[in-house]
Design a protein. Structure first.
Length: 171
């Protein structure tokens, strides 16, 4: 085989090997997120911690894949209401309570719930966004193949909100 043909094949092999290793390491994390409401929220915030600190680099906090069926319906209504309008969607990222972010000191825990009452689970999330303490409580519901956000309330000492506040047209 000519020398110039070996390198592209080697590159393809190495790229395939790298993707296989990456998939093998990410699959357990994705599986844990589907089975554990705390792991689901942790996986979302891990995306923020892995990115830069500008809004355009963030995960899409309005991506329906994060939300319950009830919230997906609300997001669809928000999208319809905002068609053709400027500045209609929320003007900040509600998952970090800001337009820019630098997430540190992230602590998550499942809040106690009665063992006899299956259903929604609450996850307590505390972190610092730059120098401002943030505290959120997520209500998670299990739908389909995993845990989804059904409610979120909290923010900072000065700014508190719920998903109902966020999922309204901004006009």
């Amino acid at each position: 085989m000519p020398q110039h043909m070996r390198h592209p094949m080697l590159r393809r092999f190495l790229a395939g090997l790298a993707l296989s290793v990456l998939a093998a390491t990410l699959t357990p994390a994705a599986s844990r997120a589907a089975d554990d409401p705390v792991a689901t929220i942790k996986a979302i915030y891990a995306l923020y911690q892995a990115k830069n600190t500008k809004l355009e680099d963030t995960p899409d906090q309005l991506d329906p894949k994060y939300y319950s069926a009830r919230r997906k319906t609300q997001l669809a209504a928000l999208t319809r209401a905002c068609e053709g309008k400027d500045m209609c969607f929320p003007d900040f990222d509600h998952l970090v309570n800001g337009q820019d972010y630098k997430i540190t000191a992230l602590v998550l825990k499942r809040l106690p719930s009665p063992a006899s009452a299956p259903g929604p689970v609450k996850v307590d999330v505390r972190f610092r966004n730059f120098s401002t303490s943030q505290h959120f409580t997520f209500t998670m519901v299990q739908e389909g193949s995993g845990w989804l956000i059904d409610e979120m309330e909290g923010g900072s000492k000065d700014t508190r909100y719920t998903l109902d506040d966020v999922f309204k047209p901004n006009f």
